[in-house]
Design a protein around this ligand. Sequence first.
Ligand SMILES: [Zn+2]
Ligand SMILES: [Zn+2]
Length: 300
Amino acid sequence: MGRCALEVADIFRTCGPAWRQAQQGHLSVGQLKVMSAIEQCRSAALGGHVLRCNGCDHVEIAYNSCRNRHCPKCQAKAAQRWLEARQADLLPVEYYHVVFTLPAPISEIAYTNKAVIYRLLFEVAADTLQTIAADPKHLGAEIGATLVLHTWGSALTHHPHVHGIVPGGGLSLDGERWVSCRPGFFLSVRVLSRLFRRRFLEALAQAHQAGQLKFFGEHARLADATAFARWLAPLSKCEWVVYAKRPFAGPAAVLAYLSRYTHRVAISNRRLVALDERGVTFRWKDYRIRGRTRHKTMTV
Ligand SMILES: [Zn+2]
Ligand SMILES: [Zn+2]
């Protein structure tokens, strides 16, 4: 993409002052900080350094980055670095793409208990994979995995799930040799799903007992231990979806897919089309319409 492509920073610099004036009193310090970071990122305001080639005296000025979590410029770079580092980790073996999903009722209470439930989701998914893989009845090896949390489904509903990229084998328990899984078959999803369900429900009950869960609105009654236990009971009977398959396009393609989410920002620079007297025009995707590449232009 060319250097003169429109960026969120350009919009903030052009329209930010008037917008902040209009929104006075409605913006948090955090929001103002993000705007300021994005406006100043890689501009003289943040300082920088001058690079000079000793051979030809060519001079280049490199301005410092803001490194803000919400900056599209910084996060696109960070996503690229993350992807390169993960791809460098890949071993020359078969890989499996695994997904651990929480049932809908738990997703609902996760919305107001993000820190506790997201942490449990990560821990229990990792623990389930390691436990089943280490069991000699299954693989009998110590495995490693890269796990990525997704909190929204494609229908833009709160839908926490964890994606994993896992080599189809691991180190023998004495650490002496590589143990491969059967070609095309990693671990039984049924076995993974059962253990994931049991461990997650145990951990969730413990978190409730420890007073770590908060309930609001229609869920307020679940603060009571008996009501919570009654609510939890049917979840130990329903199916918990675990997916484990060899990715068609190989592990690198899955990592590339995941990297688009690991450093996500509200709107990336490449979706911006124009800034003019009518407003900002950007591309968007209507998820209610089937098909993955449909884009529209919206003027606001
Ligand atoms: Zn930045
Ligand atoms: Zn996902």
